[in-house]
Design a binder for this molecule. Sequence first.
Ligand code: C2E
Ligand code: MG
Ligand code: MG
Length: 558
Amino acid sequence: MKRILLSTGAKRKVLVVEDERINREILFHILSEEYEVICAENGRQAVDILHKDDDSISLILLDLMMPVMSGTEVLRICRSEEKLSRIPVIVMTQDEEAEVSIIRAGADDFIKKPYNMPEVILARCERIIELYEKKRLIDSAEIDPLTGLYTADFFFEYIRQMEKYSDAEMDAVVMDIEHFHLVNEICGRSEGDRILKTIGLMIASELSGSYGIACRCAADTFYVYHPSSADYSELAGKILGEVAAESFEKANIRIRIGVNKNVDRNDPPEQWFDHAKMACDGLRGDYTRQLAYYDSEAHDRQLYHERLIRDVDSAIVNRDFVVYYQPKYDISGDVPVLRSAEALIRWKHPELGMISPGDFIPLFEGNGLVQKLDRFVWEEAASQIKKWKEEYNVALPVSVNVSRIDIFDPELESRLLRILDKNGLSASELLLEITESAYSDSQERLIEVVNSLRKRGFRIEMDDFGSGYSSLNMLTTIPIDVLKMDMKFVRNMLRDEKSLKLCELVMDISRFLNVPVVAEGVEEKAQLDKLKAMGCENIQGFYFSRPLPAEEFKELFG
Ligand code: C2E
Ligand code: MG
Ligand code: MG
């Protein structure tokens, strides 16, 4: 064991706590050939160093009589705190009588002052460190009897000790057998054991000669601490090959491998493997891949998403969601006329700042939370229409976005009608935008819902038109009142012939269906002019205005 640990070539760290400078220097001189020596001038300094230390100090040499905090007090602290109690302490004393009381107080050995026998000091230090390290390893039962690999406790303890002496690039690798319980059930437990044993042997042979180590962490999960390597697919292939050769034909084994490359030593070892495990778990059910790498950015994104999901309810209560309004202008005459507005949600997060809907709407569409937000926006928009009427005598219709999952809400229509009723509005004042791709999801249901809403007087705008895959045939059967041309055509129409042609095509379709078009994302006069020339009469975009809070929007009433 000692040989393996030392083979990485680094020195163990020893903390010398001694107030007299000359003594410190002598000890430093004696010890620094074998050890990395750090010094403290009194007990307080020593305790500070120990509390900051991340488990890298292997031994404390402690003087008893010191100012500020005595060695006896340091010893008491070391023996009362779990983390510090793992470090051996040798007390340095002139008082031969004190031996027994020192050992009773928790010291492991003592060295007499003055320091005139360097070899004795070195020998004592070495012996105590070795004893402690062996004890720590033995404390965590070493070997998994089935595979001959380490147990998880021992594995992590071993890594912690290796880490003191090595900074080589290492990977955390997690291997997992898919549906292992089925293997046990179908082939029998002893066959399951034989498979685990084979995999254990393969991993051990892969590691032989390197200073990587491995354990069996749970029934069918192996952890490998592997010197950084570019390619684990070869290892996976070898293991599968061997398992096949051992004719476990009935078992039909599949192994998943998750790799956390070049582990971050600022994090604890358990976390390196948690991350590798996440990559491994991500492969569950994916029969096209057996190897995945942990991606810290993806993980951060996932944590961010979880944070957003957690915060939705309180954000609604605290009114951190705010509705902005973007005007739509009719440009058919000489002077553009404000005709309506689109309600667009914003999240003013108290800690994360302003979050745009592109960052949370797709996420909330995936888990149903979008319905809560949509209802909030509908209520807000309706009460805003009412306010504008009351305060400015302006009756401006506002369109709200209706998500694809709202379509499946059996209460959709009654909810909308209740909102209108509460604010004294008619259905023609609250326009409903439904994205084109929702139409291809579930045509029949959508047509039924849209027909029913239109009968009630609502007008339906097909949002992002051109981005989905509506067939011309479908378009003729779908009841809509307005097409909103997908923004990307407008964005590129001046630069790219194809986008320009697609804008023209949308205009042709609108004439064929006999519905007006709103062009979104219009930022420049040249775009507006081209669209107008094509016959497009309604424009929404930064050219006129960005989405604005209601307070600022009212300035547009003129
Ligand atoms: P959308 O419904 O197609 O809304 C138009 C988006 O285009 C808005 O982005 C708007 O700010 C942006 N936009 C308008 N004019 C211009 C322009 O000239 N240039 C550029 N570059 N962009 C322009 P926003 O507000 O970030 O919303 C993005 C999408 O998030 C919306 O696309 C909609 O799909 C969704 N969304 C926003 N609010 C809601 C909501 O309350 N409910 C639901 N379900 N979805 C919403
Ligand atoms: Mg929209
Ligand atoms: Mg749109």
